[in-house]
Design a protein around this ligand. Sequence first.
Ligand SMILES: NC(=O)c1ccc[n+]([C@@H]2O[C@H](COP(=O)([O-])OP(=O)(O)OC[C@H]3O[C@@H](n4cnc5c(N)ncnc54)[C@H](OP(=O)(O)O)[C@@H]3O)[C@@H](O)[C@H]2O)c1
Length: 319
Amino acid sequence: MVAPTVTLNSGFEMPLVGFGLWKVNNDTCADQIYNAIKAGYRCFDGACDYGNEVEAGQGVARAIKDGLVKREELFIVSKLWNSFHDGDKVGPICRKQLADWGVDYFDLYIVHFPIALKYVDPAVRYPPGWMSADDKLELSTASIRETWTAMESLVDQKLAHSIGVSNFSAQLLMDLLRYARVRPATLQIEHHPYLTQKRLVDYAQKEGLTVTAYSSFGPLSFLELNLKDAQDTPLLFEHAAVTAIAQKHGRTPAQVLLRWATQRKIAVIPKSNNPTRLAQNLQVTDFELDAAEIDSISALDKGLRFNDPLAYGLYVPIF
Ligand SMILES: NC(=O)c1ccc[n+]([C@@H]2O[C@H](COP(=O)([O-])OP(=O)(O)OC[C@H]3O[C@@H](n4cnc5c(N)ncnc54)[C@H](OP(=O)(O)O)[C@@H]3O)[C@@H](O)[C@H]2O)c1
């Protein structure tokens, strides 16, 4: 099964279901990409920070070489890391990331966080991560406008078909939209029933951005990071509100959670290392939840955010 697409404000089509590459191990990444393409995935959500873009590119190259897919049938997403927000650093790092993937354009290139860190030369440390060599969080003075202007020139140079943002608030988006020559095509945010961010989602969609949800399964993704909030929160897969709906539709709780998003035109990018779950996560656009079911899942909202830099001990209070 290949996922249906949504038309972005840039005119390009993006699959509603993609495969997330965070925490995909380097030694298995190429095979996982290859097998995901075989299973029908066409969209891959990568990032400098995930440290696996070379291997992801190897998987893509093998799939193209074996005739499974053509480059133009894929939708490859990557992200600008915080250390490269200075206007003159955006182009060079995007080109490096393209070379890592072995492609000559990204379908979508996203500002990963609205946080500008001091530049780190990729020859010295890559991916740079959050902290400097002497374990400090060092900020850069680049404004979002400076970074966005450089992002726009990636579109002019055809290095990215579309550009977008992630982890932005409504206020930041409002400001960006005042001056953007190229509007962001997507907003990627943490979005699951414990963190629905309704106002932000409504605002972004009203402004013509496509919202992409990350960490659709809530606490599950953060258990392996030993995040205390994740350990203390009931798993969504075991929540009666979700399991009852899953049972009724003959689907898994994971599929219900993903459908809860895709039915509201929110794209999803689940990650799985398991072939059965990976295939299952793609089958999330071929059944319908009714309005009461959608509402009962949305009612689980408690503003609980897991992917907050503060929770990792990083003093950047952006949320
Ligand atoms: N922009 C950002 O700041 C940001 C932040 C976080 C994530 N992301 C993107 O969003 C993607 C997805 O988010 P995520 O990685 O946090 O987590 P996720 O996809 O919500 O959850 C992954 C976890 O769910 C399990 N899982 C996957 N499918 C399942 C299924 N059908 N049934 C049961 N368990 C299942 C996985 O285990 P198995 O692998 O064992 O199946 C893994 O433990 C990332 O990979 C990344 O591309 C972006």
